[in-house]
Ligand binder design. Sequence first.
Ligand code: 2AL
Length: 246
Amino acid sequence: MPAVCIQVINPNTSLAMTETIGAAARAVAAPGTEIVAVCPREGVPSIEGHFDEAIAAIGVLEQVKAGRQQGVDGHVIACFGDPGLLAARELAQGPVVGIAEAAMHMATLVATRFSIVTTLPRTLIIARHLLQQYGFQEHCAALHAIDLPVLALEDGSGVAQEKVRARCIQALKEDGCGAIVLGCGGMAQLAQELTRELHVPVIDGVSAAVKMVESLVALGLSTSKRGDLAFPEHKALSGKFQALMP
Ligand code: 2AL
């Protein structure tokens, strides 16, 4: 048995992206940490708006329930909108960390202001809402979109990766920021290389979230079951939702 087992949930159904995310998580995991990278069986192939997020959140809850039954120590929600985060915390016993919150928190530890580089312009509002919700508005210098869909990061051409790089360079020139937060799970493998090249912290939420869950587990801290994050109230749900009940 590994010392710690972290379930990394890609909330979209793209197997290629689940691989990318799993590899990024394993690259930073401590020697005793096992990473189980999963995605929902049903849902959306990529998450680029509120509609996609609503569907993805159900898949996240199904995976959290399954992970808990398998005895994982903690969970990462590996989509930059952190879909279903608080609901997942209600269902989980161990800690649950979203990649947007992880990346934003990490960024504030190494820079006073960060910029975000994400995929389609329509996803910018999701990141803006999260900045507000997490209280990081004052820390964010600007948000940028490469104007390519999420799955362009998996098409093997390298075009999307080059656009991310160009946007990071532009952000550093124009925004007065000290760090960059990468705004998509599919950008995970770019962070270390861009950090070296651009000489500023470029933060990927997948690796940040894995290290945060490892820290919480090592400190013996899990999701509070007092108050609003207590397990959901027992009631009869209809259809497939009954299976979500703890
Ligand atoms: C994301 C992400 O991280 N995964 C996904 O499917 N959509 N977020 C984004 N802003 O593009």
